[in-house]
Design a protein around this ligand. Structure first.
Ligand code: AMP
Length: 211
């Protein structure tokens, strides 16, 4: 089976962590669109300079940019046997655009309450260099403030302010919920309880995918 998976969920639901676990299991790449966009900002590329403000304010980046980057990424050779998208599509327009590129086989929703999302994000730290994400309590680095993977410095993400989180949650409820409803209608949506330990979420997710 060629798995073409979208993982969606509110900020802090652990979708990036689960995408990585699933990627190891299925041997297909986990793609974080948020990370691709942050890399553009860090590189100060033409796109990066255009999107910097939107990213910092927790707004969705323009569809024209997101569509192009998502399409370009799945057309790379490592996606020929499938892919896992984390945080894409975030609106119905993006979902419908992507149908011209590839149809998903599964859409996973890792759900948590807004209260839990805010609690978790306040404890999130990310590596400025490679983008690896940590949680001070649930997924702490081996050495405080240092990335296990690349030795980079761990920081609070620029958009992880209390207002930034609240704004992104609102966008999630207003726009991404429509994507979930759309795929539920197509019978592709699988809901997973994200308010459990990383291992329990992984287990539920693998079971629901019959892995
Ligand atoms: P994330 O790392 O998934 O939390 O995404 C961080 C930020 O990247 C979001 O707040 C948006 O500004 C931008 N972003 C990520 N994915 C998308 C998308 N599918 N469409 C538009 N903007 C996005």
């Amino acid at each position: 089976m060629k798995y073409k998976i979208f993982i969606l969920g509110p900020q802090g639901s652990g979708k990036g962590t689960q995408a990585e676990l699933l990627s190891e299991k299925l041997n297909v790449p986990a793609i974080s669109l948020g990370q691709i966009l942050r890399d553009e900002v860090n590189k100060k590329s033409k796109i990066g300079l255009q999107i910097e403000k939107e990213m910092e304010n927790g707004e969705l980046v323009a569809n024209s940019i997101v569509h192009e980057l998502a399409k370009k990424r799945v057309e790379q050779n490592d996606c020929k046997n499938g892919f896992i998208f984390d945080g894409f599509p975030r609106s119905l327009i993006q979902a419908k655009f992507f149908e011209t590129v590839a149809e998903p086989t599964h859409v996973l929703e890792i759900w948590i309450s807004d209260k839990e999302a805010i609690r978790r994000i306040s404890q999130r730290r990310v590596c400025k260099k490679c983008g690896e994400s940590y949680h001070l309590e649930y997924k702490p680095p081996k050495i405080a403030g240092v990335c296990d993977k690349c030795g980079g410095k761990l920081e609070i993400r620029d958009d992880d302010t209390p207002e930034g989180i609240r704004h992104r949650l609102k966008i999630y409820h207003d726009e991404t919920q429509e994507v979930l409803d759309y795929y539920q209608g197509k019978g592709l949506l699988i809901k997973i309880n994200g308010e459990q330990s990383i291992e329990k979420v992984r287990k539920e997710l693998f079971e629901k995918l019959s892995l």
